[in-house]
Design a protein around this ligand. Structure first.
Ligand code: ZN
Length: 244
């Protein structure tokens, strides 16, 4: 089985479509695993929810999904995020809301746990350091964990002796999944934050137990034009150029 692993789509339909096209060109997928934040920041929340739901998939809730349907407040959001969230809420259909409300905070799929933030704090923790990852392995009930939230492609390993290591996941990396526990962030589809504006995702092939990390260019200026037209905050428009 081949799994497409995507996080932080953030209502960026151009990026989402480019990723799906890229996966298609690489042999396609059997199931899509989405790590939350389908909506928020970007210009096409409804279309992204709809496109995701057209595929066989599993998805867990991100903080922006929960905020868009009022399940959590926006007091911890910065001003542009809060403004985009309020706008997003107005764009969702009743069906979108029902779907987003139904998303669980975590999901177990075989040897994998899926969470937006971390095993310790499924919604909120930004898992970016080896020390934090090391602590989080003790909260993890499975061999592997997939996370989103930081929008940075990362891999953390714990060997059989309990030693942890890890760091940034480079593009075109092939990652063997045997002999170690792993926490992997596929990076962000719709708003990458690692200095590379290209959409980021992972394919997991369960037959050979290998993950592949890919980056995909998309029409950033098209997304930005839509955002300007909708008067979404200019800082959210600009950051897509640089991937921060
Ligand atoms: Zn996010």
């Amino acid at each position: 089985m081949r799994y497409a692993i995507l996080g932080d789509i953030h209502a960026n339909l151009d990026a989402f479509e480019a990723v799906l096209e890229d996966i298609g060109a690489r042999g396609g997928f059997d199931e899509l695993w989405c790590l939350g934040d389908i909506v928020g920041y970007g210009p096409e929340p409804h279309a992204c929810v709809e496109l995701l739901r057209r595929h066989k998939h599993v998805c867990i809730a991100g903080n922006h999904d929960l905020a868009a349907v009022g399940k959590i407040g926006i007091s911890s959001f910065n001003a542009p995020a809060a403004q985009a969230c309020q706008w997003t809420t107005q764009q969702l259909t009743a069906e979108d809301v029902e779907y987003l409300e139904s998303l669980p905070l975590e999901s177990k799929q075989g040897d994998f746990s899926l969470v937006h933030g971390s095993p310790r704090q499924p919604v909120w923790e930004y898992l970016i350091s080896v020390d934090d990852a090391c602590d989080n392995f003790s909260y993890l009930g499975t061999e592997f964990c997939l996370v989103g939230h930081s929008h940075v492609p990362l891999v953390f390993r714990q060997d059989r002796g309990g030693h942890c290591s890890g760091g940034k996941l480079s593009a075109e990396t092939k990652l063997g999944c045997t002999g170690q526990r792993l926490i992997v962030n596929p990076g962000g589809v719709g708003q990458p934050r690692d200095g590379d504006p290209r959409a980021s995702y992972v394919i997991y092939d369960s037959d050979c137990q290998v993950m592949y990390h890919y980056r995909v260019s998309y029409d950033v200026s098209s997304t930005q034009a839509k955002m300007r037209q909708l008067e979404l905050p200019s800082s959210l428009v600009l950051r897509l150029t640089y991937g921060y």
